[in-house]
Write a protein of this length. Structure first.
Length: 330
């Protein structure tokens, strides 16, 4: 076998399962984002294949159809399966259960396959019993219906996505972008994920716990923004930063600043700042050989013990374990 063939065979296969009435925007997210992920030598890191239950012409929820050549047999080979939203299929499952062809397709997955749903496709994972006893999310408009139909699922309606390891769920529409970037980041680190985000002209990182911005009013254009203060805080993570100090810099009372900050970011100032510190630590672990103490100092986390505690809470592994996996020289 030639070297190039071996490389192709070793790539992570992402299967995107398109169902009748699929929403084109959500359908295109995995191919776009996983398809742009590149390794240090420019090699593609994923193969993305779109499949459906019955190959051929497939209706979308838009004013056009698509043609999908691959059938459900692709799922048995996949390392990751992403299911984008198809409203009239997904929501009907809450009342009627999982259709037999779909149940058979999901039963063909090999052990260890990672599954991810975008928007209401979480109903499919729930109906398959894959979310029982787990946290999950979906579009906020349908979260109550998901919780009612599947009481064993711990539904969180106010987050962008939930990562339960081998099963991930996201909120509606653009939260699918955040979910796929998160999976790329989890697989290959911040440098690769950030490069994908730059090429896609989207924010490189929105934490899964960030609010879905449920029906929040658009701020008046005359209202002061916290954007300039947030930019300043990111540039001064190594300094002691207080909420009162940020409010003074924004020329607002603490109460007004905190409220406006939450409206604009979906998080309290302290939570947001901690996320930025951990994200900065993540980048330093990937790109430098700095000690844990030096990284803690540079990111404002104080001590290596504090770095370990907060990093593990947000990323799920210890800082040095993360470095061994994603350091640029590995």
């Amino acid at each position: 076998m030639c070297k190039d063939s071996a490389m192709v065979l070793s790539r992570h296969l992402v299967a995107v399962l398109a169902l009748e009435g699929v929403i084109p925007f959500e359908l295109g997210i995995p191919a776009r984002l996983f398809g742009m992920a590149r390794g240090p030598d420019g090699q593609r890191l994923y193969d993305v294949v779109t499949c459906t239950l019955t190959p051929g012409r497939l209706a979308t929820n838009a004013d056009f159809d698509i043609v999908v050549d691959e059938g459900p047999e692709v799922l048995a080979r996949a390392d990751t399966v992403v299911i984008p939203a198809s409203y009239h299929v997904d929501l009907a499952i809450g009342d009627n259960g999982l259709p037999e062809p779909l149940a058979e397709a999901l039963a063909s997955l090999k052990p260890g396959t990672r599954l991810a749903s975008i928007c209401t496709a979480s109903f499919i994972l729930a109906a398959a019993g894959l979310l029982d006893g787990r946290r999950a999310t979906t579009h906020w408009m349908h979260a109550e219906a998901l919780a009612r139909a599947f009481p064993k699922v711990d539904v969180d309606a106010d987050v962008l996505f939930v990562d339960e390891g081998d099963v991930l769920t996201s909120a509606g529409v653009a939260a699918g972008v955040d979910l796929c970037l998160h999976m790329v980041r989890r697989d290959h680190g911040s440098k690769v994920a950030n490069a994908v985000a730059r090429r896609s002209v989207v924010p490189p990182w929105r934490d899964g716990g960030q609010s879905q911005y449920i029906e929040q009013p658009v701020p008046s254009t005359a209202a002061a923004s916290t954007a300039e203060v947030r930019a300043w805080a990111i540039a001064h993570l190594d300094e002691r930063v207080s909420i009162a100090g940020l409010a003074r810099r924004a020329r607002m009372s603490v109460r007004t600043f905190t409220r406006r900050f939450h409206d604009e970011t979906g998080a309290a100032p302290g939570q947001w700042l901690l996320r930025q510190r951990v994200e900065a630590a993540r980048v330093l672990l990937e790109t430098t050989d700095l000690s844990a103490d030096r990284i803690a100092a540079r990111t404002g986390l104080g001590t290596s013990a504090s770095l370990r505690r907060h990093f593990h809470a947000q990323v799920g592994v210890a800082p040095m374990t993360y470095r061994k996996t994603f350091h640029a020289n590995q």
